[in-house]
Design a protein around this ligand. Structure first.
Ligand SMILES: C[S@@+](CC[C@H](N)C(=O)[O-])C[C@H]1O[C@@H](n2cnc3c(N)ncnc32)[C@H](O)[C@@H]1O
Length: 208
């Protein structure tokens, strides 16, 4: 075993211990301090952001939902509360601590946490045994991503969605909204002031 993988294993062990001692917020803070550019926030989204973002979706009709950048599961748990019994939620995050934390704390047969990049969403959804998704919800820090990567993630999200599907983003800046508007057939927007800092909510809809 290389020194690098021993160090990685030790960090993942420490993160699991942090989760036990300080709870989910401690895990989020540790992730944000270790990877500020990739996490892009010091606080998880507010309850108002979660409720505001989720309310425009007909969850009863969903079979496959994909979440990018779940972090400690601020959206993941409320989505699972809304999803039908036969639906699936696939959460994709590049941060191993967050994926470990989700696997440790969410025991739900409908849920799958994948360590990987949103850029590979089509392969990840395919490997999970599905062709297309009803909803993709993204917590990615778009302003910290290189523009070509951000653009290719939005385009891959369009391709992986069924007709009538939705791509949801909540961002402090307007980059995700601009990219969504360029790729999707129609958008809805809202500013959520009850968040620190305020969030721009965007729903991109693929034509039915
Ligand atoms: C601002 S946090 C969002 C956390 C959570 N969804 C919330 O609302 O509180 C951004 C998340 O995106 C993840 N992330 C960054 N780049 C990613 C990528 N290319 N693919 C998947 N996840 C990524 C980070 O590890 C982090 O968990």
């Amino acid at each position: 075993m290389s020194a690098k993988s021993v160090a990685r294993g030790t960090r993942r062990g420490t993160a699991r211990l942090t989760g036990k001692l300080l709870g989910s917020f401690g895990v989020f803070l540790q992730g944000a301090i270790e990877n500020p550019g990739m996490v892009g926030a010091l606080f998880p989204s507010s309850k108002a952001t979660v409720q505001g973002m989720l309310q425009l979706v007909d969850w009863k009709g969903c079979k496959v939902v994909v979440e990018y950048g779940p972090g400690i599961g601020t959206f993941t748990r409320p989505i699972l509360e809304l999803l039908p019994a036969d639906a699936r939620l696939i959460a994709i995050d590049t941060n191993a601590h967050f994926i470990d934390h989700l696997k440790d704390t969410i025991r739900d047969p409908r849920f799958k946490a994948v360590l990987g990049s949103a850029a590979d969403v089509e392969a990840i959804v395919g490997a999970a045994g599905f062709g297309k998704a009803d909803i993709v919800i993204s917590g990615l820090p778009f302003s910290g991503l290189p523009e070509p990567l951000a653009k290719s993630i939005v385009e891959a999200s369009y391709r992986v969605l069924k007709p009538g599907g939705g791509f949801l983003t909540y961002q402090y800046r307007l980059i995700a909204r601009r990219l969504t508007e360029a790729v999707f057939d129609r958008i809805d927007t809202k500013v959520m002031w009850a968040n620190m800092p305020p969030n721009n909510l965007t729903w991109g809809w693929k034509a039915a």
